[in-house]
Design a protein around this ligand. Structure first.
Ligand SMILES: CC(C)(COP(=O)(O)OP(=O)(O)OC[C@H]1O[C@@H](n2cnc3c(N)ncnc32)[C@H](O)[C@@H]1OP(=O)(O)O)[C@@H](O)C(=O)NCCC(=O)NCCS
Length: 167
């Protein structure tokens, strides 16, 4: 399977990454490598052509979602007999300011959906992608790609069945 991203490693110039959002920058600079070592998430980066510069990154982890949070119409399609459902958390997604507005965010999102779908299809059950947007703008970004706002949680959700139609 071809991906546009590679796993973050020590050769990447992560300290130079700047997306305009301090928590997302700090996460890559200071926390991501530790989280990877502790198996708390996987972090993937899109590399610029030269010098291991990072154009953008995202993180993935397992999560679960309370069935009661899922809108009734989406639940009907899933018809699960469980209280909580396995899902994939797209915890963070960011693009360096010098590369924003060039379609990289969209490409990274598709890449994250592709990886998540492959795992759900062949290895570990996951019925949806969950995102936890940092602000209103991020909500608008995800809604553009079909993510549905989960009332009360502030999170958004994309059924894996919808993702499957993409690949
Ligand atoms: C949000 C972000 C990831 C978008 O990346 P990008 O590379 O600039 O986005 P793209 O060029 O791929 O744009 C894709 C589409 O999303 C739209 N878009 C981009 N940024 C947006 C934003 N902040 N809010 C709403 N829509 C946005 C674009 O207009 C474009 O739509 P179009 O195809 O209809 O023209 C990037 O601006 C970023 O890293 N911001 C700071 C961190 C952040 O907010 N992350 C959000 C997830 S937590």
């Amino acid at each position: 399977m071809n991906y546009l991203s590679v796993a973050l490693n020590s050769t990447h110039k992560k300290e130079k990454f700047s997306c305009g959002n301090t928590p997302l920058d700090n996460y890559l600079h200071k926390q991501a490598s530790q989280d990877i070592k502790r198996k708390l998430c996987a972090c993937f980066v899109m590399e610029a052509e030269t010098h291991k510069t990072i154009k953008g990154y995202y993180t993935l982890a397992n999560t679960s979602i309370d069935k009661q949070l899922i809108p009734a119409n989406a639940l009907k399609k899933l018809s699960p007999p469980y209280k909580s459902l396995p899902a994939t958390l797209l915890g963070r997604l960011a693009v360096d300011t010098q590369f924003q507005g060039k379609g990289i965010g969209a490409l990274l999102l598709i890449d994250a959906l592709k990886r998540s779908f492959q795992v759900a299809a062949h290895s570990i059950g996951s019925c949806a992608i969950i995102v936890d947007p940092i602000d209103i703008k991020a909500i608008e970004f995800y809604k553009k790609y079909g993510f549905i706002l989960l009332p009360d949680s502030g999170k958004l959700f994309l059924p894996m069945k919808t993702v499957a139609q993409l690949f």
